[in-house]
Design a protein around this ligand. Structure first.
Ligand SMILES: CC(C)(COP(=O)(O)OP(=O)(O)OC[C@H]1O[C@@H](n2cnc3c(N)ncnc32)[C@H](O)[C@@H]1OP(=O)(O)O)[C@@H](O)C(=O)NCCC(=O)NCCS
Length: 319
């Protein structure tokens, strides 16, 4: 069994926060952020909720796929920043779009979208589902420390979704991996106020070893693309589109140069959206699909990486 993506959608917050705006309350500059990361601005939730964005992205994906919520057999939502600890973000979307299928959340940080595709693939293989809605919804602005210039300039908020349908072909290769590391990129914990809990309560803000994650990003993209090609028996040059996690332009360009890729084949949303964790990849796919850049039969290589340190990669033939 295999699958194909039959519809994509996305939704971003209205509020645009430029690098110049950040420099009004942080010791940073547009020049530093652009040259070190490639990010010019990001969208940040102000008046809307993450539920609103996840629902809007899902409705757009359903519309693009030409199906109703009642046609869905499963909803998987990748998020580390749900509006609700319970029930999950996927349940909140199900309630608002009128779906009655099982719905749950999955936490694999920036690699979460590919992990969710792999879960859907398993449901297809077991004959449990024909159509799955995969959502990636992230409100990174609630996790980051807005006084830490080394991390807060990198992230943004948003949601993207796709409808995936069981098919005879479409998936050429899939690989998930974890190199366990609890420090490189982490949000240590939820404090709570239990009177019985002893010891220090970890801060609920994102901490990162920037250079360690940077190196991991570059080596991971390169090794994942090579592995996908080996598994599918194709050459890197045969791939029409590369959709990598949008963490830093310098990570993307280092991978492009090491792999000898045609830069025009690499999708990007980083400059205007920053790093939206697991929503980056489906957002980039949605932009490519809506701009008409993805033709039927095109080969698309996807690599997500991040906290875990998790990696999820797959090679798809576009429907
Ligand atoms: C975070 C990152 C941009 C930092 O770039 P870098 O070139 O490694 O910079 P460094 O951390 O070495 O910091 C260099 C200097 O810039 C400063 N700096 C950090 N953030 C800054 C900012 N926003 N504005 C101005 N200066 C900043 C540092 O304090 C440091 O100053 P110092 O030399 O006086 O100590 C880079 O490491 C990175 O992108 N890493 C990957 C992060 C990532 O992608 N995370 C998510 C993955 S899912």
């Amino acid at each position: 069994m295999s699958f194909r993506i039959i519809g994509t959608g996305s939704a971003l917050p209205e509020r645009i926060v430029t690098n110049d705006e950040l420099s009004t309350f942080l010791d940073t500059s547009d020049e530093w952020i652009r040259t070190r990361t490639g990010i010019r601005e990001r969208r940040v939730i102000s008046t809307e909720s993450l539920d609103d964005l996840a629902v809007a992205a899902s409705q757009r994906a359903l519309e693009a796929a030409g199906i109703e919520a009642s046609d869905l057999d499963l909803i998987v939502c990748s998020t580390t920043t749900s509006d609700h600890i319970m029930p999950g973000q996927g349940c909140a979307v199900a309630a608002q779009i009128g779906a009655t299928c099982p719905a749950f959340d999955l936490s694999a940080a920036c690699a979460g979208f590919v992990f969710a595709l792999d879960v859907a693939d398993g449901w297809f293989a077991r004959g449990r589902a024909k159509r799955v809605l995969i959502i990636a919804a992230e409100e990174m602005s609630r996790l980051i420390d807005w006084e830490d210039r080394a991390t807060c300039v990198l992230f943004g908020d948003g949601a993207a979704a796709c409808v995936v349908e069981a098919a005879e072909d479409g998936l050429l290769a899939m690989d998930l991996a974890t190199s366990p590391d609890m420090r490189a990129l982490a949000v240590p914990g939820i404090g709570g106020n239990s009177p019985f809990k002893e010891g220090e309560r970890p801060a609920s803000v994102l901490a990162m070893e920037g250079q360690r994650v940077f190196k991991f990003g570059v080596t991971t993209i390169c090794s994942a693309v090579k592995r996908l090609c080996m598994e599918a028996g194709i050459e890197v040059a045969d791939i029409d589109h590369f959709v990598f996690h949008q963490a830093n332009e310098r990570i993307l360009s280092a991978a492009v140069s090491r792999l000898g890729l045609d830069d025009a084949k690499v999708g990007r949303t980083l400059e205007t959206c920053g790093n939206i964790s697991s929503a980056c990849i489906p957002l980039t796919l949605d932009n490519l699909a809506r701009s008409g850049a993805l033709a039927s039969g095109d080969l698309v290589a996807i690599v997500g990486f991040g906290a875990g340190l998790d990696t999820g990669s797959c090679l798809l033939r576009w429907a």
